[in-house]
Design a binder for this molecule. Structure first.
Ligand code: ATP
Length: 371
């Protein structure tokens, strides 16, 4: 990890009139890492990105890059490059001249800047199209040019605002691989704003989940997925059910929780909660079995309201009498061996290891966008 491209964000807020777009945020992004910022529309992720890029000034707080305070530094003076969502290419310039443009502005000689631009176009696999105009390219190719144009300034940090959202599914997956490869090769910090959970999980070393101007959790994808901080993160990142209940008894870090639907659950990792306390926990959708008899612990019973074949697994939605649907991902083999019909009552059971106590209090819906 390179210290030169490490980012320290301390107590940063951004107010637009009464709107707190970013609210007293602290975050460290390690140098040379891939960071994805994710959250629902309006949560402040673009504002935070633009403050790192220098396109917005924080209302308060300090942003440092490589140990240097850049809070009020000009965009060109902080070692960052921002790739715009709409690519913003010059239509009348060849790819080479588009990529070389910022070097021209800096006064670099024609031969040298064009040689560097061609080298950068090779890096994004467009060397063979260097003399074309942007209008002669596909959307995916235009995006590579935009990437080359941002990278030619030799930034310590590349900032990407929803870079894949304009592409179709096929290109999106291909570009995802390309972005990761480039970040590995260049060894610089990438900060990528997205609203797509699988994208964040696939790319990031660190996922930053935001809500209402606050960072709800910043951790590795595995940590976010297996140990979501709050009901909001569990719901927003997907793959989990959230269950509410009341603590019945505790023993050290273990507790028995009586669910709102009358089922009992054994949980680990609960500390500081007394009998009677309201708690929430998550259960991984892919760690749930359908069983013949109601489970005495760590299970529930519900009526199937929907089944959806997803290729490698089947998604079952159960009505358990609470407000939230309970979702099970059954391996396709298990389902096809004993298909389950809509309207059928089923018993679900899981191991305590599939559960996770949700410490944080943010209980907002956080509907994952892919659902
Ligand atoms: N220039 C501005 N003037 C006033 N309010 C703004 C401005 N820019 C952003 N906001 C407000 O700040 C909040 C955060 O906006 P931001 O664009 O950072 O969210 P976001 O998470 O990136 O959303 P999206 O995914 O829709 O782009 C929103 O309430 C937005 O309306």
């Amino acid at each position: 990890m390179s210290e030169a491209s490490r980012i320290d964000i301390r107590g940063v807020s951004k107010l637009y009139g009464p709107v707190k777009a970013v609210n007293n945020v602290d975050l460290v992004i390690e140098g040379g890492s891939y960071c994805c910022m994710i959250g629902p529309s309006g949560c402040g992720k673009t504002t935070l990105l633009r403050m790192i890029a220098g396109h917005e000034e924080p209302s308060s707080g300090v942003i440092s890059i490589g140990g240097q305070d850049v809070t009020h530094a000009r965009t060109g003076n902080r070692g960052t490059a921002l790739m715009f969502q709409n690519y913003a290419l010059f239509p009348h310039l060849s790819l080479t001249d588009n990529v070389a443009f910022s070097l021209r502005v800096k006064g670099e000689a024609s031969d040298s800047r064009r040689a560097k631009a061609r080298e950068m176009l090779e890096r994004v696999q467009l060397g063979h199209l260097a003399d074309r105009l942007p209008s002669e390219l596909s959307g995916g190719q235009q995006q590579r040019v935009a990437l080359a144009r941002a990278l030619i300034t030799n930034p310590k940090v590349l900032l990407l605002d929803e870079p894949l959202s304009a592409l179709d599914e096929f290109l999106r997956l291909r570009m995802r691989v390309e972005l990761k490869r480039l970040q590995n090769e260049l060894g610089i910090t990438f900060i990528h704003v997205t609203h797509t959970q699988p994208e964040a999980i696939a790319l990031a070393d660190q996922v930053v989940v935001m809500d209402h101007g606050l960072i709800e959790q910043a951790a590795s994808p595995r940590e976010i997925y297996n140990h979501p901080h709050s009901p909001y993160v569990a719901r927003f990142m997907g793959g989990q059910n959230v269950i509410s209940g009341r603590v019945e008894s505790t023993s050290g870090e273990a507790a028995v929780v009586l669910g709102a639907d009358g089922h009992r659950h054994a949980l680990n990792g609960i500390s500081g909660q007394k009998p009677g306390a309201e708690v929430k926990f998550s259960v991984r959708r892919d760690r749930i079995q359908v069983v013949d008899q109601p489970a005495a612990m760590n299970g529930l019973t519900g009526k199937v309201i929907n089944t959806e074949y997803q290729g490698t697994f089947v998604k079952l939605a159960l009505d358990t009498g609470t407000r939230e649907e309970f979702i099970i991902y059954l391996p396709d083999e298990a389902w096809f061996a004993r298909p389950i019909e809509v309207g059928q009552t089923v018993h679900a059971a899981w191991d305590m290891a599939a559960t996770h106590y949700l410490r944080g209090s943010n209980n907002s819906a956080g509907m994952p966008l892919e659902d």
